[in-house]
Design a protein around this ligand. Sequence first.
Ligand SMILES: [Zn+2]
Length: 80
Amino acid sequence: MACNDEVVMVLETKRNLTIWKHFDLCLMTDNHEMARCKGSVKFMKATVNSTLKKHTERHCPVTKAKNEKGEGSGTGSSNV
Ligand SMILES: [Zn+2]
């Protein structure tokens, strides 16, 4: 859908900082805003904070890599 959009500029945001420190608020070519994950450079809708939060907590490969390193020893305990 919105795959061909490009970032026009990165905007300042005063939104929820615990979430937005992981994201850039980007203004796209067709004038809508997208959140770009600073870690994985994935674009998401900037309107839904819960989606962004979920990404940083669960889905972001950067977070995952960190968590795996943090675990350190033992076999992975994956209860999926
Ligand atoms: Zn990410």
